[in-house]
Design a binder for this molecule. Structure first.
Ligand SMILES: [Zn+2]
Ligand SMILES: [Zn+2]
Length: 338
């Protein structure tokens, strides 16, 4: 054997043994449990992640545009402003379809445990329906929940109350705006709805059925204080009875927005951007613009269903443009005025 070949063999053997000594650890590829907590005065707020899914920006996003006759009407964003969504997303290092979060929020007032929205349950497939495991990871059990307040009756907000049609919250009363209930449980509306909305009607019937049968479904009329320190605020447009919830404690306020925003980097600078799912895009724009302005003026905490988890933060206005300021990570969880 020639010396050069011996050297080659020795090098090969040495690289093999080197590899064995430093064998790579298998990658784990899961995420931290999906809960995140802040204190609001004396109230504990826990954001719960139901899952993330690709949000089809180009198919779903529309914008209210002024027509030649002067009327305003929702038009596909990709048609009225070709390339704009891609450019705005690229500026935030994102691309369509944007991975969107589905967030719900648990409010512990000390007296009552209230869940606001419930995720998609079994209605969105394997991406989602993780609310219950994240609720348990956060230290609570589903049977401890006294009430569930729904922002509206879209599948990704109501589906979690009864995955596969089985009620997940044995002791909870379900509260929802009567206007949303009237709309989504009406067969005539289902017949007249566009095809992509039809599964929503079916999902609503299946999710609400066990609670209706047991007398645990209690609709409310608008503007009501549902429990001490928590008020239902009508924000119609996305759906007829879309509702935000205002939680107050010790002079601090958090607004749980529901679907006032779907894609933050696109809609904060341009609140006229709507979605095909909006029942009334013009009202949706009005409510969004008003909510942005109010939040920027008052430095209220915001909790949003589809802003990247945990979806908790503040709004500011810079030169007339709104911006989202995500909450700073915190481990300080005592009443904020102690
Ligand atoms: Zn919605
Ligand atoms: Zn939603």
């Amino acid at each position: 054997m020639k010396p050069i070949r011996i050297v080659a063999i020795l090098t090969f053997v040495s690289s093999l043994s080197h590899g064995q000594v430093h064998a790579g650890a298998p990658q784990v590829r899961n995420q931290a449990p999906g809960f995140y907590r802040i204190m609001l005065g004396r109230v504990e707020i826990t954001a719960l992640l139901d899952g993330t899914h690709p949000f089809p920006v180009h198919d779903v996003m529309t914008r209210n545009e002024t027509m030649p006759g002067g009327d305003r009407k929702a038009v596909k964003l990709a048609e009225s402003h070709p390339g704009r969504a891609d450019a705005v997303l690229a500026a935030s290092d994102l691309a369509a379809p944007v991975e969107g979060s589905i967030n719900a929020f648990l409010v512990n007032t000390g007296d009552r445990l209230i869940l606001i929205d419930s995720g998609a349950g079994s209605l969105y497939g394997a991406c989602c329906g993780h609310l219950l495991e994240n609720l348990r990871a956060s230290g609570y059990r589903p049977e401890q929940i006294d009430e569930i307040y729904l922002t509206h009756l879209h599948a990704d907000h109501v589906g979690g109350i009864a995955p596969e049609g089985k009620p997940a919250f044995a002791n909870a009363t379900i509260r929802v705006n009567q206007k949303d209930l009237d709309y989504w449980l009406d067969a005539k509306n289902e017949n007249e709805a566009p095809k992509f909305l039809k599964p929503m009607f079916e999902g609503d019937r299946a999710s609400l059925k066990p609670y209706r049968e047991s007398g645990q479904l209690k609709p409310f009329s608008e503007g009501q204080e549902l429990s001490p320190g928590i008020r239902a605020i009508p924000t119609p447009g996305h759906t007829p009875g879309h509702t935000s919830y205002e939680v107050s404690s010790e002079g601090q306020t958090l607004l749980v927005w529901g679907d006032l925003v779907h894609v933050a980097p696109i809609q904060f600078p341009d609140p006229a951007v709507t979605v095909t799912y909006d029942s009334n895009p013009l009202s949706a724009e009005l409510e969004r613009t008003a909510a942005f302005a109010r939040a920027a003026r008052t430095s209220t905490w915001i909790a949003a269903a589809h802003i990247a988890f945990p979806g908790i933060g503040h709004i500011r206005s810079v030169d007339g443009r709104f911006e989202w300021l995500p909450a700073n990570y915190t481990t300080v969880l005592k009443p904020t005025n102690d």
